[in-house]
Design a protein around this ligand. Structure first.
Ligand SMILES: Nc1ncnc2c1ncn2[C@@H]1O[C@H](COP(=O)(O)OP(=O)(O)OP(=O)(O)O)[C@@H](O)[C@H]1O
Ligand SMILES: O=P(O)(O)OC[C@@]1(O)O[C@H](CO)[C@@H](O)[C@@H]1O
Length: 300
């Protein structure tokens, strides 16, 4: 079974404004709302690809109810823990000449809520996959993902982590199966700017030395690089197409990689599925569908 954890889900409010002007009243040309948060996006895309999974995490207030409803509408099983206070965040995704994102901090999560999550995670079985993805509200300690993974080695649970900074660095010693920073986040971890795929390989290997098994580094329109635990280095320079909404492309790539790995047991196939699924999401307003992914796979 696959479970995803989104500690800080969101409603993504996607708006398009022609020539956005700071400090002025701008009117939208188009607006859409999606359930968001990285783990939730992974769950939806896995489901679209025909991979059964369950979404876990915390929701709060009327926005939380709407996230729950929208996730269900996508046919994804969920078991969200409801917080008594606060509101799940609304993240604004503004598309104009450039893409701008404003992400909220999210509601306070208390120790009692975390205990409830630990109880859910205790039920995972050997061979299960757990995806820990996205930021955490400021009330949650930055080693939370590491705490969740504490006894996983003995239980043979494959953990996928999509996070940044300390949240990511802290889990490396626990040997995550897969991590997926983008190249900016990878550079940030080492205080450098990364622009080339050779530099990506160099720094991805450093994360492997610290414990990560497979390191998948996404580079938006410039493709991705995989440094696998079997020593393979796979590179792709990116599929070409019209970008409609790149929010969630990284999460889609994670979902595609997992689906490909389950289906074929090969890192090469998983990598291809990751690329095709990430781009399929970028080339449509919604997250990738199976048909869109299959069409792009033919280009790889
Ligand atoms: N403009 C684009 N053109 C083609 N493919 C893209 C584009 N943007 C993203 N992709 C595909 O999706 C993958 C993941 O994208 P990206 O590097 O933007 O992830 P991310 O930064 O984690 O995004 P997010 O946080 O929004 O999910 C890329 O490696 C690529 O395969
Ligand atoms: O603030 P975080 O948790 O880092 O990222 C949240 C978020 O930007 O990530 C997803 C896209 O990857 C969106 O659905 C969501 O709004």
């Amino acid at each position: 079974m696959i479970s995803t954890v989104t500690l800080n889900p969101s409603i993504d409010y996607l708006i398009e404004v022609d020539q956005f002007k700071v400090g002025a009243v701008n009117r939208t040309a188009q607006e859409k709302m999606f359930p968001g948060g990285k783990g939730i996006n992974v769950s939806i895309v896995l489901k679209n690809l025909g991979v059964d999974n369950k979404a876990l995490g915390f929701v709060a207030g009327f926005t939380g109810h709407e996230i729950d409803r929208l996730v269900e509408e996508h046919g994804v099983k969920s078991d969200f823990i409801e917080l008594e206070e606060g509101l799940s965040r609304i993240n604004v995704k503004l598309k104009s000449d450039e893409e701008t994102e404003i992400n909220g901090n999210g509601p306070a999560i208390l120790d009692s809520h975390l205990k409830a999550l630990y109880s859910q995670i205790d039920t995972l079985q050997s061979g299960d996959i757990l995806v820990l993805a996205g930021s955490i509200p400021s009330t949650v300690p930055s080693d939370i993902y590491k705490r969740i993974m504490a006894d996983f080695k003995e239980r043979d649970i494959h953990v996928v982590v999509d996070a940044t900074k300390d949240l990511l660095m802290n889990v490396l010693e626990c040997g995550p199966f897969l991590i997926k920073p983008n190249h900016h986040e990878l550079g940030e971890l080492f205080g450098v700017t990364i622009t080339t795929q050779d530099e990506v390989v160099e720094y991805a290997k450093k994360l492997q030395e610290k414990g990560a098994r497979n390191v998948l580094v996404s580079m938006a329109g410039d493709g991705a690089v995989l440094v696998s635990e079997t020593g393979e280095v796979l590179k792709h320079t990116g599929l070409k197409g019209e970008v409609k909404n790149s929010v969630g492309a990284g999460d889609s790539m994670v979902a595609g990689f997992i689906a490909g790995y389950i289906q074929h047991g090969s890192y090469e196939e998983a990598f291809k599925m990751g690329i095709a699924t990430g781009s399929a999401s970028a080339f449509s307003y919604n997250l990738a569908t199976k048909e869109e992914v299959e069409a792009l796979l033919k280009c790889l």
